[in-house]
Every structure is written in C-alpha cells, then in structure tokens.
Design a protein around this ligand. Structure first.
Ligand code: SF4
Ligand code: SF4
Length: 369
C-alpha cells in the first residue's frame, strides 16, 4: 500500500510534546511490544517519531507506519520511565484517530466499530443476556461491561452473587459498550460520545449513587473519559474498591496467590491496594507479589486493540506474564475480564500450571455469608 499524507489535526496539537523526546531510549526497557519484536518503531520513541512525521505531513500513512502505531497496548509503562514525561498514550490515541479519519485504519478495528453500531457491543452479539437480576431504582448499580456479558458471564454471575451475599440493594443497568475499544483504537468519536450519553442516562434514571465495575477498561472510561463530557453525579468504583470498604470473612484456601494489575486500573487509575487487601484477607493462603507489579506491572498484552489486530503478539506478551506467575504462584488473580481472557490465551501457548481467575470468582467462592 503506497499510503497518503493525512491531515493529522489531533496529532498536530501534540507536536510540542513530541519534540521533547530526547530519544534516550528508557522506554525500551519496559515496552511489552518492544520486548516481543525488538523493533525500534514499536517502542514509544519510535511511535512518537512516526506520529510527528504524520503530524508534519512528512511521511505518508502507509501500511508499515499504521501497523507500528497500532503496536501499542496503551499500557502506559513507558510514561513511567520517560524522563521527558511524554504522554505517549495520548499521542498514540490522537494519531490513531487521525489515521482512522483519513480512512487508513485497520480492518479489525473497523469491524469492532461496525459491531458497536449494529449491536451496541464490540463482539457483535445480538442475543440478550439475562443475569436474573432486575433493573430498578437503587443507590448501587452494577455495570457489567461487554467482555463479562458476552465472553465471561461467570464474572458477572459471581459479582451478583457477592452483592446478594452482602445484602446490597443494587440494580443492573441497561448498558451499551462503554466506548473504550473505540477510544483506544481511534474509532468514531461521535459514536463514542453517543455511547457515553446512553450509559450516563441509563444510570441516572435509576438514581444510582455508586456504580460498580468489574472491568478495568470500563472503569477507566467512567473515571477519566466520561467526566470530560458529562457531569456524572455518581461515583464509579471497581468491585474491589467497593468490597475493601466492608468487613469480609473468607473460608481458608491453601494456595499461593499472585495478583496481576490491569494497566487501566493500575497505572491509569492507581488502584493498587484494594485488590491486594482483599486477597490478603483469605486465611491460610499465601499472597505472592510478582516481580513486576503495581506501577511497574507488565501488561497482559491484550489492550489498545492489539488482541484483535495482532493476536499472535497479544498471546506471546501474555504468555510471558503467565510464565512469571507460574514460577511463584498456584493462582494468578486479576480484576478485569479482558486481562483474564488474554492471560488464558497466553497460557494456551505455553501450558504452564497456573490457574487464571478473576477476583470476583475467588471472592464469591470463598466469601462466608
Ligand atoms: S523515554 Fe521518553 S524521551 Fe526517552 S526515548 Fe522514550 S519517549 Fe523519548
Ligand atoms: S504504552 Fe505500553 S505498549 Fe505502548 S509504547 Fe508505551 S510501553 Fe509500549
């Protein structure tokens, strides 16, 4: 594909920031994509240079440039290491939106957008999923998210069961996709803002004051993106943040448990302590901290549209995280269905002896009523 010069209005607004890249290469030491393919254009500084070239109209948006700019899971680990404090994810997402607007985006992500348009979810599922809990007026709401609803419904069932055991008066929400997959891949900002408004109105009409999430991506949207457009008037909490405020009692569980920080909950929102606090309450278990954890946690490899556009890379990146966990733990627990699916996908490649579970499943299995 020859490619064409594109307008790149969004990227141009970040040109000054791009120019603060000193090409020092500190970002190389942490980037999961660079670890996977060792190609400089795949690391943060390479993407910044490509984005700058597009913004200045100096290079065309040809196949190789577009491919490299989508080799990013939006994990934010490079930003932590960057001495110039460059907001790499903002640059990547801005230039992706420019690429899509110019009609040069990737087919895998166009398909996701079409699915969302048609069905309200990125998987294109049209069947209604009924979790047997009503939509009603209540101060607490549960936003399931598309991955738990259509791919790992057991996470939603366990969450509902936990809330019932704790006698929380809660409601489900008449939800559509939170818009995260569109935002991360640069698709259709108008559609994303319509989704935000639809979800916002669905929550507001139920009188919800606290909205609970089990998906890190959805939570990040409601905490970071929704407030840019809407005055929410309710708090958005991950299930673990909601549970950590309560007194919980668990059955004993003689296992070594490690926790994987989802990037969108960890580095993006700084929620590190509450999931650990809960796991450490489990009697007779041993909590093991992974070598790369909290703000330096390795990415699962699935985010930022990578799982759909480059599944082999997503799988290899996940397999390294799973291997690290299997060396020290019996169970790798995380707090996001998307991480669960990608880590399991990673383990399909290496087949090591470690169970990968969502924290809602563990909590529900062990919680004493
Ligand atoms: S760490 Fe920051 S300044 Fe250094 S090369 Fe990477 S993006 Fe550029
Ligand atoms: S956000 Fe993550 S995947 Fe993207 S360039 Fe930075 S370290 Fe690499």
């Amino acid at each position: 594909m020859a490619g064409k010069k594109i307008k790149a209005d969004r990227a141009r607004k970040l040109e000054k920031e791009m120019l603060t890249c000193t090409l020092c290469g500190f970002c190389k030491s942490v980037c999961p994509y660079f670890e996977d393919n060792q190609w400089d254009p795949s690391v943060a500084r390479g993407k910044v240079i490509l984005a700058y070239g597009l913004a200045r109209g100096e290079i065309p948006a040809d196949e190789s440039v577009v491919k490299r700019l989508y080799q990013c899971t939006t994990c934010k680990d490079c930003e932590r290491r960057c001495p110039s404090n460059i907001q790499v994810v903002d640059i990547v997402e801005a230039v992706r939106a420019d690429i899509v607007e110019a009609g040069c985006g990737l087919d895998a992500h166009t398909k996701i957008k079409e699915n969302v348009k048609k069905t309200g979810n990125p998987y294109g599922e049209s069947a209604k999923v009924d979790f047997g809990w009503p939509i009603k007026e209540a101060e607490v709401g549960y936003f399931v998210g598309c991955t738990a609803r259509y791919r790992l419904p057991e996470i939603a069932r366990h969450t509902i069961s936990i809330l019932k055991k704790l006698e929380v008066d809660f409601t489900m929400v008449e939800e559509v996709c939170c818009g995260s997959t569109l935002g991360r891949t640069g698709q259709d900002e108008k559609l994303a803002s319509e989704l935000m408004r639809t979800n916002f109105e669905a929550v507001k009409r139920l009188g919800v004051k606290t909205l609970i999430f089990t998906c890190a991506g959805c939570l990040r949207m409601f905490r970071k993106e929704y407030p840019k457009h809407l005055e929410l008037g309710f708090e958005a909490l991950h299930l673990t943040e909601f549970l950590a405020r309560r007194k919980l009692e668990f059955k004993p569980f003689k296992k070594r448990i490690a926790y994987h920080d989802p990037c969108h909950m960890g580095r993006h929102l700084k929620v590190y302590d509450d999931p650990r606090k809960i796991l450490k309450m489990i009697p007779e278990s041993t909590y093991v901290e992974l070598k790369d954890s909290k703000d330096s946690a390795k990415c699962c490899g699935g985010g930022g549209g990578v799982r759909s556009a480059d599944p082999n890379a997503a799988q290899r990146i996940a397999s390294r995280r799973v291997k690290a966990a299997s060396d020290v733990a019996d169970i790798l627990v995380t707090a996001c269905p998307f991480c669960v699916t990608n880590l399991r996908f990673g383990n399909d490649l290496i087949k090591v002896d470690v169970e990968i579970r969502d924290i809602a499943e563990i909590v529900d299995d062990l919680l004493i009523e």
